[in-house]
Design a protein around this ligand. Structure first.
Ligand code: ZN
Length: 286
């Protein structure tokens, strides 16, 4: 146990999923009640006086340590969001993105953190809409015991109709476009906005521009998402069983309900990454 990095996964999956849902509700509420969020879309095409009033309100409610926002900042933010959307459009990423591209768009800092701090993942819930909830260990730095990464496979319907699930087909499925989300603060405050702009945010969307944490809109995924995507793209054999179970459940019965794994099932399905294994940003280098 001593060489494990971060918190181990010992709880019942259903308990962790419930705790995460409660935490999300709390944080969503705080976010929606905050008077300092900046919604760029809401300011598009409105009168200058309205923009000034909105900026005044945000500045008045911002932490005293935060810099005051100006109209100049606002223009920069709008340009950053437009450029990002243009970039996603050019790369044909709007609406869905592959595991491999999520990693190659991620910052080196987040990749290093995934490599050093996140070593355990397991599928814990199979959803009807093609989503698998993965649980990962947490780094221990912020008191969390785990995080939940949601990955919606956009080819799920096609997979349901495909009959025989060969290994080749399952491996290709894991590398096909997805939407994603994570329960951690880094995803919420840095990256969910970026995923929303690209149309590949799963579940809740973020319309508030990350004006303090990530005004230049760089990076794409937190360490938990990176670990899951790396496993999907580079170690698909380890996840084949879970992916197959998910597809088969709804192939056999399209009206089946979502399934949460029991502790015993989850313990069996745990994937532990080897310490020191390098996560490469570019897949061409390997
Ligand atoms: Zn995360």
């Amino acid at each position: 146990m001593s060489d494990e990095i971060g918190q181990n996964l010992t709880n019942k999956p259903s308990d962790d999923l419930r705790a995460t849902a409660r935490k999300n509700t709390r944080e969503d509420k705080a976010r929606s009640e905050s008077q300092s969020v900046l919604n760029l879309a809401a300011l598009n095409g409105v009168k200058k006086t309205v923009i000034q009033a909105a900026l005044e309100k945000i500045n008045a409610n911002q932490s005293v340590f935060a810099e005051q926002l100006t109209e100049q900042n606002l223009k920069q933010f709008q340009r950053a969001a437009a450029n990002l959307q243009e970039d996603f459009k050019r790369k044909k990423l709007l609406g869905g993105i592959t595991a491999q591209l999520i990693i190659s768009h991620s910052s080196r800092k987040d990749i290093k953190r995934a490599q050093d701090e996140i070593h355990t993942i397991q599928a814990v819930k199979f959803e009807k809409d093609g989503t698998i909830q993965f649980r990962t260990n947490a780094s221990r730095k912020y008191g969390a015991t785990h995080h939940i990464v949601s990955v919606q496979f956009l080819n799920f319907q096609a997979a349901l109709n495909s009959g025989n699930l060969t290994n080749k087909m399952l491996d290709a499925y894991m590398k096909s476009p997805v939407k994603f989300d994570c329960s951690c603060g880094r995803h919420r405050y840095w990256y969910r906005y970026i995923a929303t702009v690209g149309g590949f945010a799963y579940g809740r969307h973020e319309t508030a521009f990350p004006k303090i944490r990530n005004p230049e809109l760089t990076g794409m995924a937190c360490k938990h998402v990176i670990r899951v995507m790396h496993t999907l793209a580079r170690n698909p054999v380890a996840l084949r069983g879970a992916i197959k179970t998910h597809i088969q459940r709804f192939q056999q019965n399209p009206n089946a309900t979502a399934k949460t794994l029991t502790k015993k099932q989850a313990d069996k399905a745990k994937i532990v990454a080897k310490k020191g294994n390098v996560i490469r940003r570019s897949f061409l280098q390997t």
